[in-house]
Design a protein around this ligand. Structure first.
Ligand code: SF4
Length: 190
């Protein structure tokens, strides 16, 4: 199955109650041949309206930080979320919603087959790395999981709330850049 076929199926999903309040399913965006996958939490208001992940102020910050290490969703990465529909009032997704949506993400991972996964924020890090993951303490550390490297870092919205975290987050992006050059330098091929 291709990513486009999976997207078409996902756009009709009604597997949890978030389908009742969404405007759009936010499936994901980027280069499907990328070896780098970023996983956020869930769509916010702007993402729900546009059907695209990370398009508000947080998304603009993310794009800016990515560009410093020569990464972009138009070129060499893919971005998805733990849940594809917006939780009302931007609350955290419930366990049952994450569980209902997980098969879509698992299938995305299977098709894209990334070498490196970056968890943006606690909600994805506690499910992909460690249930007790503490972003402020363990960000930027790569661990091996199912044959891939996984790293957790700050969510852009958290950096907007607390700009003091930006230098540490940027260091994580530089560490990511070094790991890409080591493991999948084709990411930077012109
Ligand atoms: S959040 Fe996921 S499981 Fe729930 S309706 Fe949306 S796509 Fe389906």
């Amino acid at each position: 199955m291709s990513l486009n076929e999976l997207r078409s199926e996902c756009l009709n999903c009604k597997n949890c109650k978030l389908c009742e309040t969404r405007t759009n399913v936010v499936f994901g965006t980027g280069n499907p041949d990328s070896k780098i996958l970023f996983i956020g939490e869930g769509p916010g208001e702007n993402e729900d309206l546009q059907g695209l992940p990370f398009v508000g102020r947080g998304g603009m910050l993310l794009d800016k930080m990515l560009s410093v290490v020569d990464l972009s969703r138009e070129k060499n990465i893919y971005i998805a979320n733990m849940v594809k529909c917006r939780p009302p009032k931007n609350r955290d997704p419930e366990e049952s919603e994450v569980a209902a949506c997980r098969p879509w993400l698992e299938k995305q991972i299977e098709i894209i087959d990334p070498k490196i996964i970056v968890c943006l924020g606690r909600v994805s890090a506690i499910r992909f790395i460690d249930p007790n993951f503490k972003v402020t303490k363990e960000h930027g550390q790569f661990i091996e999981k199912d044959g891939r490297l996984v790293m957790g870092t700050f969510h852009p919205a958290a950096i907007l709330r607390n700009p003091n975290q930006k230098p540490a987050a940027m260091d994580d992006f530089f560490a990511l850049q070094a790991k890409i050059e080591e493991l999948c330098p084709e990411t930077y091929a012109k």
